[in-house]
Ligand binder design. Structure first.
Ligand code: GAL
Length: 363
């Protein structure tokens, strides 16, 4: 699958974040994120199915939690091009920006219901609002595919118990956290322990703590180090809201506070890792020589950094697979078929060993 990528970094506006203790997390106010946009491209690597003319008249409503999010921009562009390749008309696919505000998104869902869309694909602003969203959408007899932000187990159980046309498409964030930890653990204590205290001294830069992705990546990256028999020392754990500029600011603060004691920087996503890299370079530190840095998503720029050695590793969050699976699930509902209520996808560890292959796949 080959696609032209037009990376455009837009200005990032930030608000403050609140402190999260090491090993835990606290709520933070919303922040706008920097964004990388990508030109929608015709699908060239996805479905074997021919475009289905019966879909041309079907209306799809897509709610994205926030357009100014690098990863969700890749996801929504792939989703749109894949839906078109399956036979939907571009005019019948409406994708709206929740601007990281649940009230805004709830209004958008009401409008889609009033317009009579045939299916909804929703990336909730707050996954804890899923219960209310589901009731509304099911009440309107519209099939619903949740993406990226997983509702809790009780909510998913309700879909099964009631036999509703509702499902979730996403990856298990525990796997991505574990892979981040393994990338670091595989280096071995001797290579990491620059200050010689026998521990892995790290800082954690978290995404939105309301998301299980942030919670699990934080927990399981550290767990993987411990499972490898390494002793850990959390110097700081802060909320960067998935945002590059916030990642830079938090990492810069920690580097000035803890200096050379910072041996590893864990970022819950690549946007924040790119920010952390800027801070690391500004502080005169060198990834791979006196500090290590890992993210999640496999943004093109980060995979190139892994090849260049300026980021230690990342984890591919397969937006192609997730976009295709969510469109396929929507099509199944429209065709009168059902779906599993949980449709998963595997993450892929990205290190210098396979970064060139991953880059070829995503660019
Ligand atoms: C994660 C992704 C982040 C951000 C987040 C939004 O899966 O790694 O970069 O997009 O979803 O919920």
């Amino acid at each position: 699958m080959k696609k032209k990528i037009f990376g455009v970094l837009l200005a990032a506006t930030l608000t403050v974040s609140s402190l999260a203790a090491c090993g835990g997390s606290t709520e933070a106010p919303a922040a706008d994120a920097g964004t990388e946009t990508e030109a929608p491209a015709a699908d060239e690597g996805g479905s074997d199915a021919a475009a289905d003319s019966a879909l041309a008249d079907k209306k799809v409503g897509v709610c994205i939690y926030q357009f100014a999010d690098n990863f969700m921009t890749l996801f929504r562009n792939e989703l749109e091009s894949y839906l078109i390749a399956q036979g939907f008309s571009k005019d019948n696919i409406k994708i709206v920006d929740g601007a990281n505000d649940q009230a805004t998104q709830s209004g958008q869902i009401d409008s889609f219901i009033a317009e009579g869309v045939d299916v909804l694909i929703i990336n909730p602003v707050n996954s804890s609002s899923a219960n209310t969203i589901t009731d509304k959408v099911v009440g309107a007899n519209i099939p619903l595919v949740y993406i990226n932000r997983e509702p809790n187990a009780d909510e998913e159980q309700r879909w099964a118990d009631n036999n509703w046309n509702v499902c979730y498409v996403g990856c298990d964030a525990r796997q991505s956290g574990t892979m981040q930890g393994e990338i670091i653990a595989d280096l071995g204590l001797d290579k990491i322990d620059f200050n010689g205290n026998g521990k892995i001294d790290y800082i954690m830069i978290e995404g939105d703590p309301e998301n299980v992705d942030a919670q699990y990546r934080t927990e399981f990256s550290v767990k993987a180090l411990e499972d490898a028999g390494l002793e850990v020392n959390c110097l700081d754990d802060q909320v960067g809201m998935w945002d590059q500029a916030k990642g830079q600011e938090l990492c810069a603060n920690d580097l000035s506070k803890f200096g050379n004691d910072v041996e590893v920087v864990f970022c819950n996503n690549d946007a924040m890792a790119l920010g952390a890299l800027q801070a690391i370079q500004a502080a005169g530190r060198t990834v791979g020589t006196d500090i290590y840095l890992v993210g999640v998503d496999a943004l093109t720029e980060v995979v190139q950094d892994v090849i260049d050695g300026t980021i230690t590793g990342t984890v591919f969050n397969d937006h192609f697979s997730q976009a295709h699976s969510s469109a396929d699930a929507a099509i199944n509902y429209l065709n009168g078929s059902t779906n599993e209520h949980y449709i998963g996808c595997d993450y892929v560890k990205v290190t210098t060993d396979n970064a060139a292959d991953i880059l070829a796949k995503i660019s």
